[in-house]
Design a protein around this ligand. Structure first.
Ligand code: SF4
Length: 820
């Protein structure tokens, strides 16, 4: 299980419990669960008000920037306009300031008329319509009780939504697959209706009630059907986003899925029934009678209580919650065992099985993978595709900046990601059981201490390496993180910690050098310090101050080598990380243990650099102070080159080889922290199409760059440009070598930045949010073009850019400076 439940972000609010169609594939009325029979027909005002209150309470408690609510049924339009208006108004009123409501209704469309559409326009409800394809396909199941077709009425509903007045309400089409329908006809019929998105849904089934597999259609008819659709969709230029295909693409690249039917992302959905009962996902209705029930209801229980329900927790446990077969499966990080309900078998194994669609899922994923190979990236990022930032915070970051609250929000999201990665690595494994148990106990007893331990940047780097099966990723190292959390909490503990190359590591705190070390050591800790037991005599390390494990004896040459922390002006504390082996995550070789003199060599320039950042980069400094806690010294670059790097897997850290001057150190810190911020944004928000694997011209480099590389570089150079601009202004027309050098730097970087924003904007691959970032970066960079730098600097900058472009052309064989 995860250490703490993931907060709910998706809420299915049942506003009506009956339907005006009698579709024979409906999981609400035609499958195992019969609880609908005892429910009130519609949600009362009391239920709606309490549901809104609970959702608002949950959003406030977890500081959710957005919640997604689907008004559902039965057929929700049967609830009538007045009740739907009331639901929307209550929900909007209940949410805290800064939390966005994404409100939708999923309907069969039969009753949708102009009156409903006007209402939805007024109260902000988007509409998803269930439609199984062309008339023949739709009529196979979606009929009235007397057998009449619903197709014409549904098309009329879609036609309304396509009118310009209501087009913005059109959320998409949901199509349940029947393999006896013609896949080409289904896709063509859906595309013709110009939906903003299509969802293809597998019919609900379990091992006890398997899906139909018609004779002569092979063993994987669902994969074959979807692959036929995929091929046609691809040949047509992918005119409409299709959620299941996008999810396979994303998960193959290590990104999050867009559907709970695929991937390892924790479930974050709860259902509120018409009587106020809180239930798990509706799809469970297909498993057995009462399967979705939790025993909780909105009048007596908070949403946090239901989030801790074992059924909910199990659906949040990622890889650890899957069957043995799935855990060993080569496509598990894309498939995730399929939809939870589809794993059910009533032989006592419950949900601990692969999906009943296992063969289909395997074939679909591997076929798409082989058709569209791409960079896999990290195999699991089990985070919900949910915004973690408010619109205002996103705009601030889009302009390149980031206030302390914004960067703190990014850090909180990163912490959640680290927790889920740890859960995916550790839960259920015997070798991590002891450490996991301690972490879980600390989560309840001392969550702040646990958060502080998990905020160490290289905990995530370690977890990702474990998930990737990389060498040097020792599962036993989890005990080190658990020990650090316990030491920070001042809680007694005893753990077995690994010893590598004669050292026992406490990530973020330091390392103990051991004589006669074996492979492991027994460590006991308490509020005053800790004791290490090996074959040699026990070794005791005492803190100077109880519960403050960063101020023990720091005498050089002793067995305890703490991470040194520098407290800079204004109280900004930076760790100089030189003990954690995971710090080699920055693409350049790391420096070894710093001597006391070397620490002093860092302290002065870092202090001076921080003063410069505060003075010259006031829009960047608060974010740096809020989010940057670790500087990892790197070995000096070749020929005195300035070396620095950030790592996508190490939020809060930058790697730097100490440069010759404090201003350059300031520049490197600001530059790299831009990468840190943008990487954290990209973990949760799509700024560009990850399927775009073209290479682009980055004006500052001769070699072609992928889109993300171009975006990252542009974002970092915003800070670089501003740094030089403020220095040029400070020289105020003075002539000197330093002033001329600053003018050349400004002329160079502002041109590069503005030019690369133009390349990004012209790529055609930015998402709407990506376009906001491009606009924000342009707005920040362009004013610097007005700072006078002199003809000579302008000319030399142009010459350097032209030289890079010529080299890029020679390497890429292209002439146009956009994508290749
Ligand atoms: S393809 Fe089958 S075995 Fe692999 S993860 Fe999916 S359901 Fe499990």
């Amino acid at each position: 299980m995860t250490l703490t439940p993931v907060p709910f972000r998706q809420f299915v609010l049942k506003v009506h419990s009956r339907c005006d169609l009698a579709c024979d594939h409906c999981y609400v009325y035609e499958h195992a669960d019969t609880s609908w029979r005892g429910r009130p027909r519609h949600a009362s005002d009391e239920v709606l008000a309490k549901a809104a209150e609970r959702i608002g309470e949950h959003a406030r408690a977890h500081r959710l920037p957005a919640v997604h609510v689907v008004l559902h049924g039965g057929e929700p339009l049967l609830a009538g306009p007045a009740r739907l208006r009331r639901a929307a108004e209550l929900l909007r009123a209940a949410l805290p300031v800064g939390c966005t409501l994404d409100l939708r209704i999923h309907t069969n469309g039969v009753l949708l008329d102009r009156e409903f559409c006007r209402l939805f326009d007024q109260v902000g409800i988007k509409v998803g319509i269930s439609l199984d394809g062309d008339r023949a396909a739709n009529d196979r199941h979606r009929r009235f009780a007397d057998g009449r077709s619903s197709h014409a009425k549904v098309l009329a509903a879609v036609a309304l939504l396509r009118e310009s007045e209501f087009r913005h309400l059109y959320a998409g089409l949901l199509c349940t697959i029947d393999v006896e329908n013609d896949p080409a006809a289904v896709l063509d019929a859906l595309i013709e209706l110009e939906p903003p998105r299509i969802d293809f849904l597998l019919p609900h089934a379990t091992w006890d009630t398997p899906p139909k597999r018609p004779p002569g259609m092979g063993r994987t008819p669902y994969a074959d059907w979807l692959i036929a659709v995929y091929d046609r969709w691809t040949a047509a230029g992918r005119p409409v986003p299709v959620r299941i295909f996008e999810s396979v693409h994303r998960t193959l690249r290590g990104r999050t899925s867009l559907t709970e039917s695929l991937g390892l992302d924790p479930a974050d959905l709860v259902v509120i029934e018409t009587d106020g009962e809180l239930e798990q996902a509706d799809s469970l209705k297909t498993a057995y009678d009462g399967a979705p029930a939790t025993g909780f209801d909105i009048f007596a229980h908070s949403l946090d209580e239901v989030a801790r329900h074992p059924g909910m927790m199990e659906r949040q446990s990622g890889l650890a919650g899957l069957s043995t077969d799935c855990r060993a499966c080569p496509v598990v990080r894309s498939c995730g065992g399929g939809l939870y309900a589809h794993r059910y078998r009533g032989d006592g194994s419950g949900f601990a099985n692969p999906s009943v669609f296992c063969g289909d899922l395997m074939k679909l994923i591997t076929t798409i993978r082989d058709l569209a190979p791409g960079p896999a990236g990290i195999p699991e990022q089990s985070v919900p595709v949910e915004p973690v930032l408010t619109e205002a915070q996103l705009d601030e970051l889009a302009h390149g900046y980031g206030s302390a609250p914004t960067v703190t929000a990014l850090a909180a999201a990163q912490l959640g990601l680290t927790r889920r990665l740890l859960a995916a690595v550790a839960a259920g494994r015997a070798e991590t059981a002891e450490a996991w148990e301690l972490l879980t106990a600390l989560d309840a007893k001392a969550p702040r201490a646990l958060d502080a331990a998990l905020a160490h940047p290289y905990v995530r780097a370690w977890a990702v390496r474990c998930l990737n099966g990389e060498p040097g990723a020792d599962l036993g190292a989890l005990a080190g993180t658990a020990a650090v959390a316990a030491l920070r909490a001042g809680v007694d503990f005893e753990l077995e910690l690994p010893v590598h190359e004669g050292a026992l590591r406490l990530p973020g705190l330091g390392r103990v050098l051991l004589d006669r070390a074996g492979a492991t050591a027994r460590v006991t800790g308490d509020a005053g310090g800790f004791t290490v037991r090996t074959a040699a005599a026990p070794l005791r390390i005492d803190w100077d101050t109880p519960n403050t494990p960063n101020t023990p004896d720091t005498a050089e040459g002793g067995p305890w080598q703490p991470v040194r922390r520098l407290v800079l002006a204004g109280g900004w504390t930076v760790a100089l990380e030189d003990t954690d082996p995971q710090r080699d995550s920055h693409q350049w070789p790391v420096a070894g243990r710093l001597t006391g003199a070397e620490v002093l060599d860092w302290a002065g320039p870092l202090q001076e650099a921080w003063e410069l950042i505060r003075r010259d980069l006031p829009g960047y400094a608060p974010g740096i102070r809020a989010g940057l806690g670790t500087v990892t010294p790197l070995t000096a670059g070749p020929e005195g080159r300035d070396i620095s790097a950030a790592s996508r897997q190490a939020f809060g850290a930058v790697g730097i080889a100490r440069p010759a001057t404090a201003p350059i150190l300031a520049l490197l810190v600001a530059h790299e922290f831009q990468h840190v911020k943008l990487g954290a944004v990209l973990d949760f928000h799509d700024l560009y199409d990850p399927a775009d694997d073209r290479l682009f011209h980055a004006p500052w480099r001769p070699d072609p760059r992928p889109l993300e590389g171009l975006l990252q570089g542009t974002y970092a150079h915003l800070a670089v440009t501003e740094f030089w601009a403020t220095r040029v202004r400070a020289y105020d027309g003075l002539r000197s070598d330093a002033a001329d050098a600053a003018r050349l730097q400004l002329a160079t970087w502002r041109a590069h930045t503005v030019d690369s924003v133009a390349v990004l904007a012209g790529s055609g691959s930015l998402t709407a949010l990506g376009e906001r970032f491009a606009a924000g970066m342009r707005a920040t960079a362009e004013p610097w073009l007005a700072v006078p730098v002199g003809e000579q600097a302008e000319r030399r900058a142009r010459e350097a850019a032209a030289e890079n472009l010529a080299r890029w052309r020679a390497r890429s064989g292209r002439t146009a400076p956009a994508g290749t």
